[in-house]
Design a protein around this ligand. Structure first.
Ligand code: SAH
Ligand code: SF4
Ligand code: F3S
Length: 447
């Protein structure tokens, strides 16, 4: 049996798909990259914006043709949108065989067996505690170009209920994995050649706090303890994480990051808005000022730290002045990267009750202003790196130019260089930066 998997949405979904592929191959299925070759088509979906849902529904709709040619084809919708729409999906997509929600992903293999034995439409949307640990198994195709990179989901779900966000409804309550399970997975990955690990969670720095939405008191941070334990795995060179919520960076966590051997000097710190009024309406538990103070504290402890962020433009009621606050704070922090989203009302999330009052063209305009700011700032920041010596984790042949290789600094900047004899992906090299482009650096390997 051949299975094709298409993934939408965030890195948590990517990681889930990887684990699903792992389960399927253990059970004797073969993972294929071409949908035309497959006997089973799986769509691991996202609900975060309307556009993400439309894409998946459009794609699954298009698969009807394949099913007409191959009536035995099994088609499944999994993950966040599957959880949100459930049985409704069968009305829109009558050729769909099953809908598997986020709490039942670990039951995919027996579900497929039962559908093949007895063809009927099935939706399973139940919550389950088992999904947390059962999704830990791994699939790393041998010879994958990024065999040096691995991802570990350390939490699932979210308890924060930001007013615009569907994630807490489709992913359920926030739960953390046991530290020993996480460490065991990390050691397994490292033994298989992984040198950089990305820790994943919707609220990753709240790891181990039992889903408490109030930040821990000074001195307490199970996430900091996890970083310290990971530091003790000698062949692990780098640890990254996404996404932390700003209020969880207390003294304990900042000190652990500053002292860490492998924690990268880059933090993705979602801001969403620089206007206190909008932040309150979003149910984000910080102000523009307290966010800025945290950035300063982090920079004082780790001077070369770089930041990236998420921003929503056009939240209901966002005025020109609110937008200017956001723009000003983005420029003040000097983000290296920003993912800017146009507000999309999500049925079921709190803010869907508010009028989506900012016209589409204003959302577009604000989006473009922030992108223009970002691009000119990044070009300037990269220019400032020329002449420096950077430690780079070698990734391999550059996807854009096969004559060059590329890698990344701990601060998450891409560096291109001429390969030298004996150079290997997944190793650290010192590179002298010679030129800066608009989005990346280039230089030469020093020894
Ligand atoms: N857990 C992460 C965010 C996960 S969703 C965090 O809190 O940092 C990724 C990003 O999508 C969010 O940071 C937000 O910027 C954006 N997003 C979420 N819901 C949205 C919506 N309804 N409309 C537009 N953007 C949205
Ligand atoms: Fe959504 Fe907020 Fe949870 Fe992030 S923290 S997933 S934005 S509810
Ligand atoms: Fe989308 Fe679900 Fe991730 S809604 S952003 S795939 S948690």
């Amino acid at each position: 049996m051949r299975v094709f998997i298409k993934t939408y949405g965030c890195q948590m979904n990517e990681r889930d798909s990887e684990a699903l592929a792992g389960m399927l191959s253990k059970a004797g299925y073969e993972i294929v990259a071409d949908e035309e070759q497959a006997d089973v088509l799986l769509f691991n979906t996202c609900s975060v914006r309307e556009q993400a849902e439309r894409k998946a529904i459009g794609k699954i709709g298009y698969m009807k043709k394949l099913k007409q040619k191959k009536p035995d084809l099994v088609i499944g919708a999994l993950g966040c949108m599957a959880q949100r729409l459930g049985n409704e999906l069968f009305q829109e997509l009558p050729h769909l065989d099953f809908v598997l929600g986020t709490g039942q992903l670990h039951t995919l293999v027996p579900l497929l067996e039962s559908i093949r034995a007895d063809r009927r439409q099935v939706a399973d949307l139940r919550e389950s505690a088992a999904v947390l640990n059962e999704m830990g198994s791994h699939f790393r195709p041998t010879g994958a170009p990024d065999a040096w990179h691995g991802q570990i989901a350390i939490t699932r779900g979210c308890n924060r209920f930001c007013s615009y966000c569907i994630v807490p409804y489709v992913r359920g309550r926030e739960v953390s994995r046991e530290m020993n399970d996480v460490l065991e997975e990390a050691r397994e990955l490292v033994a298989s050649g992984v040198r950089e690990i990305m820790l994943l969670g919707q609220n990753v720095a709240a790891y181990g706090l039992g889903g408490n939405i109030n930040p821990p008191p000074p001195g307490v941070s199970p996430f900091a303890e996890l970083l310290e334990e990971l530091d003790r795995i000698p062949e692990l060179l780098r640890v990254r994480f996404t996404s932390p919520y700003v209020t969880y960076f207390n003294d304990r966590l900042i000190a652990a990051m500053a002292a860490s051997r492998c924690c990268c000097h880059n933090v993705h710190l979602p801001l969403q808005s620089g206007s206190d009024r909008i932040l309150r309406a979003m149910n984000r538990q910080y102000t523009a000022e307290s966010y800025w103070e945290k950035v300063c504290e982090l920079r004082a402890a780790i001077p070369d730290l770089t930041f990236s962020t998420d921003v929503i433009v056009g939240f209901p009621g966002e005025s020109d002045e609110d937008f200017e606050w956001t723009r000003e704070l983005l420029n003040r922090v000097g983000f290296d990267n920003a993912f800017i989203f146009k507000y999309s009302p999500r049925p079921g999330a709190k803010s869907a009750a508010l009028e989506d009052s900012v016209p589409q063209h204003v959302k577009e305009e604000r989006n473009q202003i922030l992108l223009d700011d970002l691009h000119s700032r990044v070009a300037r920041l990269l220019q400032g790196q020329v002449g420096t010596l950077q430690e780079v984790l070698v990734e391999g042949v550059s996807p854009r130019n096969p004559a060059r290789w590329c890698g990344r600094t701990g601060t998450n900047r891409v560096v291109h260089f001429e390969p030298v004899p004996g150079i290997e992906p997944g190793t650290l090299r010192k590179i002298r930066i010679e030129r800066a482009g608009n989005v990346s650096l280039s230089g030469s390997v020093q020894g």
